[in-house]
Design a protein. Structure first.
Length: 111
């Protein structure tokens, strides 16, 4: 399996693990949206917290020019470490939610 296919499989597996997250005091479900044509992967949260409607993007990852871009990370511990632990090197992960000027100070790719 080539590197790009490996990254795709890892991203799908890691994001799928976040579909069963339980939320205290809220009826919220997570849904995976994988658009393979553009290598865009999301976990969307929808539901209700009392009378407040919840509809948000928990996770959004794109593969751009062979790099794994984390565009949104709403998890407590951070998805980058999970991706790294399952086989994607730090040098291939871009923390896209950080300003470009800040990325150079992380251990991850700058783009």
């Amino acid at each position: 399996m080539d590197t790009l296919d490996t990254y795709r499989q890892i991203i799908q597996n890691v994001l799928s693990q976040h579909l069963h997250t339980k939320y205290a005091n809220a009826d919220i479900q997570n849904q995976a949206i994988f658009y393979l044509k553009t290598d865009s992967y999301c976990v969307i949260s929808t539901g209700w917290a009392d009378v407040k409607r919840i509809h948000s993007c928990l996770l959004h990852i794109d593969i751009i020019d062979g790099l794994v871009w984390i565009q949104q990370d709403g998890t407590e511990d951070g998805i980058a470490e999970e991706l790294e632990a399952t086989g994607i090197p730090k040098s291939a992960i871009v923390l896209g939610f950080h300003e470009p000027e800040v990325r150079q100070y992380t251990d991850y790719a700058v783009a």
